[in-house]
Structures are given as C-alpha cells and as structure tokens.
Ligand binder design. Structure first.
Ligand code: S3P
Length: 175
C-alpha cells in the first residue's frame, strides 16, 4: 500500500454530502482487511446526540470544534478507513491534519449528481429545510468554496460509478 508505516494504514474518505463515503467506507475496509470508522457516528456517540440535534442545540461552530477533536483522536487508530463529514476537511486546518495522519481519497461528484443524491435527505441539518432552488444554489456555492480543500486529497476518484467499481478503483490507487 502507498499508505506508509508512518501513516499506519489510515485512509480518509472525503467529499461533499452524498458522495458515498459512508457506503464505500465499509466495503473498501473489508476489501483491504481494515477496520471502518465513520467520524460522524463517533461524534454522535461521544455527544450522545444526533448530528442534527447537535446543530440545533449547540450550533455549527460547536460541531466544527467537535469534528476537529474527533479527527485528532484518529491518530491513535491504525489499519482503519475513515468516512469524514462533508465539511470536515474545510475547517480548522483539518486537511493538513489528514495529510499528516494518512492517505486521503476525494470522492468527486458534479453539483447535479450531488443534488440528485441528497434532494430527499432528511438527516442533514445544513440542507433539510431548503427548497429545490435553494438546495441547488447551496450545493453550487458550498462546493465551490470546499473544492480547494477536497482537491488537496492525495487522490481523486469519480464517485459517480457503481460501488463495486469504485472499490476497485480506490484499491488500485492505494496499492
Ligand atoms: C456536513 C456533512 C454531514 C455532517 C454534517 C455537516 C457538511 O456529513 O457532517 O451534517 O458540512 O457538509 P455527510 O457528508 O456524511 O452527510
């Protein structure tokens, strides 16, 4: 694996909401014989609250700080694939930390592909209450700000393909 001893076989999947990090993650982990951890799940566990509840009761800033703290704890893991929240790489210099800790894969989609995947989403606090027009605009605006962080990933894969193919493509890129 390209993932070196120094990075202890840690692989971080990054990308916008709906890019398939939480779906791909367990499959990739299984194929590589690694563990899988979803960082949003870890935050929910530590906070004993759903992400949407954290946003509602404590605010986005609090959530972003938690993301940073949880990301830092991944240094103690090895042989693990991590799914990260869509905003995580774009705040608090987190992308730098990811670079230091492991190998990163950006699951890339176009704004329209993202829209089609998240338009019926009910568990994402940033987009739940948006109309169709607002959601399209939000994706355009937010992706254009985030892409400079996502593109710092060590490799980029086209996420708009059957999941089995995506797993294979990621494995080839890593090996
Ligand atoms: C967020 C994405 C979500 C979750 C939170 C904020 C974002 O994760 O972390 O709702 O800022 O894009 P997914 O990318 O897994 O939906």
């Amino acid at each position: 694996m390209k993932v070196t001893k120094k990075t202890a076989n840690r692989i971080y999947l990054i990308g916008f909401m709906g890019s398939g990090k939480s779906t791909l993650g367990p499959m990739l982990a299984k194929s590589l014989d690694l563990d899988f951890v979803d960082l949003d799940d870890l935050i929910e566990e530590v906070e004993a609250m759903k992400i949407s509840e954290i946003f509602e009761r404590k605010g986005e800033q609090y959530f972003r700080n938690k993301e940073r703290e949880i990301l830092a704890t991944t240094e103690s893991y090895s042989n693990t694939v991590f799914a990260t929240g869509g905003g995580l790489p774009c705040y608090n210099q987190n992308m730098k930390m990811i670079q230091k800790l492991g190998y990163s894969i950006y699951l890339e989609l176009t704004p329209l592909q993202i829209f089609n995947r998240i338009k019926n989403s009910t568990n994402r606090p940033l987009v739940n209450r948006l109309s169709t027009v607002q959601l399209k605009q939000f994706i355009q605006d937010t992706l254009s700000k985030r892409v400079e962080y996502y593109n710092q990933a060590m490799t980029v894969v086209n996420a708009h393909q059957p999941i089995e193919k995506l797993v294979i493509e990621c494995m080839i890129k890593i090996e």
